[in-house]
Design a protein. Structure first.
Length: 111
């Protein structure tokens, strides 16, 4: 149902529905989790780019910091573009703590 788009009174409000994704990125000493948020705009500034995806993980930190993102006319297109950019560069930041997973993964037995 797309009724939510009609509650935007002015395009400058930039009303958007959010879609969330998660992916693990391998790097030299392990892996980090990147969360991707895709914004689906009610009214886009250009008629063909209604979806914008951005990851929450900066890459290429030692050379030129880069935040993976992507624009497209579909959710899948924006997510694909963001993932292509995420895979293109290395994670060179500090080690992130591996703490307990916020997912529903079963706990590992210790005995």
């Amino acid at each position: 149902m797309e009724d939510w788009k009609f509650v935007e009174k002015d395009p400058s409000e930039a009303l958007a529905r959010l879609h969330f994704f998660s992916i693990k990125k391998k790097h030299a000493s392990g892996e980090v989790e990147a969360r991707i948020t895709v914004k689906e705009f009610a009214s886009a500034k250009t008629t063909d780019m209604k979806f914008f995806a951005v990851a929450d993980l900066e890459l290429n930190q030692k050379t030129a910091k880069f935040l993976p993102c992507g624009w497209a006319e579909t959710l899948m297109g924006a997510l694909t573009e963001c993932l292509r950019n995420l895979r293109k560069f290395e994670y060179e930041g500090p080690e992130l703590s591996a703490g307990p997973s916020p997912t529903c993964d079963p706990p590992q037995s210790t005995g």
